[in-house]
Design a protein around this ligand. Structure first.
Ligand code: HEM
Length: 499
């Protein structure tokens, strides 16, 4: 006799019938009510409870969104778990939503990622008045240490030189970039925030870079957790919730250790980096949102957002240069005409290097690093473009829908810097390049990222020719791995020195 039959015997048959009836009625009710309200943006058919989760699980989200845009138009809705997700596509619509209606479309939604990973803290996880205060403080403090200013140029150049030396030491043998690019780029943020840099063979730091990589790649699966958060309790961690949370903990432990080091020798008369500036703020102001747990998250945001994105762009650039040797040559000739091959470039050279600047914009566009940006949330119900968008829905700024749209950029899969030059060879049309998103929540690090990319890309081409690892082989495949961002699949290469 099994447990179920014992249970049935113990209760009155009438109670059983009532229980089963209630169950059937509520199931029917759920199935019948599981319809898209007619005033919501259109979208694909979906199943009760799981919504469109099955389709999304079969393709990448980006691929599914491209198909649905063709079928349902620029604004469509998708049902994922318990949430309505409204996807906004096209340049004008992005501006209209995130710039003109930034009062409604600038929150972060209440999802697994924001509740359990961001804990609604830091820059990425906060909203409203607290976000304003955190952003104001963070930008002011970062600028004290050169963030986004020309004074940071020397730090960046130092890192560029170390990176060039690493490549030089490969002596024409084939190699892979691994996490060297990540360490190099991360060092720029580390020097501002922690006041120190790390060597390429610092095992602890390299391990941290790998954890960061893991964190970014595993976050595709967290999308499912976002919409059905109870899946985090499924044994065996098949949805990677425990892995993402433990990676998150390792990153924050590393940051906390730097905070503790700074606290132990803090001197308010000698403020040398961002952590010092935070400690000063905590010491001198009572009414401040800058608490230790907020600072830990702010640094985590800068660390993740400031490392992975730019490093991925540099890897994409090198990969594309192997495919497009003529573009390397064109860049090199422009650089040579300005420097006569006898000095390193500086940011002051930017205006004389229009083609190289167009290459930076084309790299940002084609890398398509954050194709679906960071998810937003609707703080109120709003009628947008004739559709009702319910309060609390998840809003996707679909950056991919602009960067890879052939109506905006012809032959979008082709690396073509000329698309950002006018007939006189001057930079133009860069406002269509929404790689950093638009509006109130647009990327805080755009100016730093642009400085880094200009100095790295030009120095790389000035010093090396990028080649396939084996002369007879075709260039490595352009394969995109989608986690929180698009990263190129690891590839081997070789360089020939130009000097
Ligand atoms: C190629 C490099 C980069 C790209 C493509 C990029 C792209 C983006 C995108 C698409 C967003 C989301 C905007 C939104 O929510 O609509 C974002 C947010 C952010 N980025 Fe970047 N980013 C880059 C580099 C950086 C760097 C170097 C830093 C700083 C060190 C940085 C710091 C941030 C921060 C703090 C946010 C959150 C802003 C907020 O929530 O209000 N990013 N970035």
């Amino acid at each position: 006799m099994n447990v179920f039959s014992v249970f049935l015997e113990c209760i009155q048959p009438t109670y059983v019938s009532v229980f089963i009836l209630i169950l059937i009625v509520s199931l029917c009710y759920t199935v019948l009510c599981w319809r898209r309200p007619s005033d919501l943006p259109p979208g694909p058919k979906f199943y009760p409870i799981i919504g469109n989760m099955r389709t999304v699980g079969q393709k990448t989200l980006v691929g599914a969104f491209r198909d649905w845009r063709k079928e349902f138009g620029d604004i469509f809705s998708v049902s994922l778990g318990s949430k309505w997700v409204i996807v906004i596509c096209g340049l004008e619509n992005l501006k209209e939503a995130f710039v003109e209606r930034d009062d409604v479309f600038s929150d972060r939604p209440d999802l697994f990622v924001n509740r359990y990973i961001n804990e609604k803290r830091g820059i990425i996880g906060s909203d409203g008045e607290k976000l304003k205060e955190l952003k104001r403080f963070t930008l002011r403090a970062l600028r004290e240490f050169g963030f986004g200013k020309k004074s940071l140029e020397e730090n960046i150049k130092e890192e560029v030189n170390i990176f060039l030396d690493f490549i030089d030491e490969t002596n024409g043998a084939s190699f892979s970039l691994d996490e060297k690019v990540n360490v190099s780029i991360s060092n720029i943020i580390c020097s501002i925030v922690f006041g120190k840099r790390y060597e390429y063979d610092d095992h602890k730091f390299v391990k941290l870079m790998k954890i960061l990589d893991d964190y970014i790649s595993n976050s595709t699966l967290t999308t499912i957790l976002n919409f059905i958060p109870n899946l985090r309790h499924v044994p065996g961690d098949i949805f990677s919730a425990k892995k993402v949370l433990s990676n998150q903990k390792e990153i924050e432990d590393f940051i906390q250790a730097r905070l503790d080091e700074h606290k132990s020798c803090f001197d308010s008369n000698n403020i040398t980096d961002f952590i010092d500036a935070c400690l000063r703020e905590m010491e001198t102001r009572n009414e401040t949102s800058i608490t230790e747990s907020e600072v830990r998250k702010i640094i985590r945001d800068l660390f993740i957002a400031g490392t992975q994105t730019t490093a991925a762009c540099i890897k994409w650039f090198i990969l594309y240069m192997i495919h497009y040797p003529d573009i390397q040559e064109k860049m090199w000739r422009e650089i040579d005409s300005v420097t006569n091959s006898n000095r390193l470039l500086s940011l002051n050279d930017r205006s004389k290097l229009q083609y190289c600047q167009a290459v930076v914009d084309e790299t940002l566009r084609i890398s398509n690093t954050a194709p679906l940006s960071v998810l937003h949330g609707a703080s109120n119900e709003i009628f947008f473009k004739g559709f009702r968008i319910p309060k609390g829905s998840v809003i996707v700024p679909n950056i991919d829908s602009v960067l890879m749209d052939e109506r905006v950029f012809s032959y979008p899969e082709k690396f073509n810097p000329e698309r950002f030059l006018d007939k006189d060879g001057m930079l133009h049309g860069t406002e269509k390049n929404v790689a950093f998103s638009v509006g109130r929540r647009a990327c805080m690090g755009e100016s730093l990222a642009r400085m880094e990319l200009f100095l790295y890309l030009t120095a790389l081409v000035q010093r090396f020719k990028f080649l396939t690892a084996c002369e007879e082989d075709p260039p490595p495949k352009i394969k995109r791995i989608l986690g929180l961002q698009f990263t190129p699949a690891p590839f081997m290469l070789k360089v020939a020195s130009r000097c």
